[in-house]
Design a protein around this ligand. Structure first.
Ligand SMILES: Nc1ncnc2c1ncn2[C@@H]1O[C@H](COP(=O)(O)OP(=O)(O)OP(=O)(O)O)[C@@H](O)[C@H]1O
Ligand SMILES: [Mg+2]
Length: 366
């Protein structure tokens, strides 16, 4: 049965590509992407970077205000004047939205040379031999000034975390479309033997109209052949058991995180609110098989939750089962405690819960 027909009464294919109303009036249609003027662009980055260097011990707000003032003073007559807004902040530095007078916006991710050059390298690796439209790309080469580096990214309307937090109702079709886009991007990343290692809603950027999801923040991505793989990967609510237990891991790390996102999308709730380094206690609610993992930390936590385990498992399963039994199956295949039993991205794109949506997306791209 064709996708639109099966979902008759919910959304037509046109609506699926135009979920703008559902996402609220905060989102505006992005202007068409013009080419970034490199000469002017580089002057601008230099200025930002120099200013950050001068003020690196001051608070962000002071830095940003000074940058904005300097840029206004320098570019207002050149029709280059822009607005600068901080749209993100992490341990690495800041994410700035730069808006040109033409209305075109782009993003500068600014941080230490070490952090940003690693991310920039990963973005290039993912683009090599053909990129993927659901994986982040840069608009121009990175800029380095002393120890500070900036990468230039397209600006997207929002990220998935903000959408989930906004409590706007996502339809079945929106959710499936989002999941398929993430899986297409993930499949591309995994085919290159790279593990994203930090998949979470805040790292999925969203273009609102037409709806498009982009996997971003490849700042800790790992190549599976690298000699020493970082044991400290994944944000804690999206961290699989093998990472918590510091065991060997593979691309299936991202599938676990994907399962957490799937759950969050359909329930508006975070699946595992783990403690400082992740909390193994909740994981066995989803596993029908006994753990074969041995470890003091696991035993300790398991003891603490013995009484509430059955009740919690029931709540999770009922909530998801009410939603869509096929998606429940996909969810369970992502959340296998044994990393080798998890479904992979390519298989997930053929899963009965998503196959119609995949076909429909393919047909619109022809
Ligand atoms: N190109 C972009 N367009 C729009 N918003 C963006 C863009 N890049 C980043 N952001 C916003 O900034 C936030 C932080 O960016 P990003 O995830 O790249 O940095 P990070 O600090 O390394 O992340 P983390 O918090 O995982 O350490 C994102 O969640 C998103 O809200
Ligand atoms: Mg991030």
């Amino acid at each position: 049965m064709p996708y639109a027909e099966e979902n008759a009464g919910e959304l037509s294919p046109t609506e699926l590509t135009s979920p703008i109303d559902e996402f609220g009036d905060k989102l505006i249609k992005p202007p068409p992407l013009p080419v970034l003027e490199k000469t002017q662009g580089h002057l601008l980055y230099d200025l930002i970077i120099k200013t950050i260097l001068q003020l690196e011990n001051r608070r962000d707000i002071v830095i940003l205000k000074t940058i904005e003032k300097n840029i206004k003073a320098m570019y207002i007559k050149d029709e280059y004047i822009c607005q600068i807004e901080q749209i993100g902040k992490g341990s690495f530095g800041v994410v700035l939205k730069i808006t040109k007078k033409t209305g075109f916006s782009y993003v500068l991710k600014v941080g230490s040379h070490k952090d940003i050059s690693y991310e920039s390298f990963n973005i290039e690796m993912l683009k090599h031999d053909g990129g993927n439209e659901h994986v982040i790309k840069t608009l121009s080469p990175p800029v380095l000034h002393n120890n500070i580096m900036a990468i230039v990214l397209p600006f997207y309307d929002t990220d998935l975390r903000k959408i989930i937090f906004s409590k706007q109702t996502l339809t079945d079709n929106h959710i499936k479309c989002i999941l398929v886009h993430i899986l297409i991007g993930l499949n591309h990343i995994h085919k290159k033997n790279i593990i994203h290692a930090d998949l979470k809603p805040a790292n999925i950027l969203i273009q609102a109209n037409p709806l498009k999801c982009i996997i971003a923040d490849v700042g800790i991505a790992q190549h599976i052949d690298s000699e020493s793989m970082d044991p400290y990967i994944c944000s804690r609510w999206y961290r699989p058991p093998e990472v918590i237990l510091k065991q060997p891991y593979s691309c299936s790390v991202d599938i676990w995180s994907f399962g957490c996102i799937l759950y969050e999308l359909i329930t508006d709730n975070i699946l595992f609110r783990g403690g400082q380094c992740g909390d193994l206690s909740c994981y066995d609610e989803l596993s029908r098989k006994p753990y074969n993992v041995k470890g003091g930390m696991f035993d300790l936590i398991q003891e603490n939750v013995k009484t509430m385990r059955a009740e919690k498992r029931l709540a999770i399963e009922i909530r998801i089962r009410n939603y869509d039994t096929k998606l429940l199956d996909l969810f369970q295949q992502c959340m296998k405690i044994n990393k080798d039993e998890r479904i992979n991205a390519e298989e997930a794109l053929k899963h009965p819960s998503l196959i119609d949506c995949v076909e429909w997306i393919k047909s619109t791209q022809k």
